[in-house]
Design a protein around this ligand. Sequence first.
Ligand code: HEC
Length: 161
Amino acid sequence: MRCSGKAGTRRWAAGLRRAALVGAVLGGSLTAPRAEPLRPLTVVGDTIPQSLTGEPGDPQRGRPVVTSRELGNCLLCHRMPLPEERFQGDLGPDLTGVAGRLSAAQIRLRIVDESRLNPATIMPPYYRVDGLRRVLAAYRDAPVLTAEQVEDAVALLSTFR
Ligand code: HEC
């Protein structure tokens, strides 16, 4: 189909808005598997003691979660002991040795939602859906990472001693 001229562009934009609305109304069911409902979690002090999946994560699978721009994009702000990764940021603390300072349960809460510890943090919440502003409709009902991806990232960071 070819759209030409302003009217075409307007029709196209309206169609896009409708599609976004339908997506929002359907609760993101079009975007599965990202749209699985959040699993219940319990915060204890500055930790989430239990695995979100009930299983331990896999550090190998955690690697693309933390390095990928589409997933965690953690290297935008953090250094990690992954020398092959060329671009590593310094907006957040260097995560080399993080497992020596923080337990897996503490790391889990920081990835799930750092703003529970520091409301002014620039670190995005990776496993929260409420209170998100300025996000695309398709992402509004889904956390950035799945429960499995959070656990895989926790497992990888727990090897950074
Ligand atoms: C936009 C920048 C940004 C991104 C992206 C980001 N973080 Fe952070 N992170 C921070 C900052 C800043 C802090 C310092 C604590 C604070 O701000 O409350 C932090 C703190 C942490 C801590 C606690 C470190 C410590 O020594 O106390 C962990 C663990 C962590 N981040 C892991 C991650 C992981 C894993 C990802 C990707 C899934 C990630 N971060 C993505 C900015 C970021």
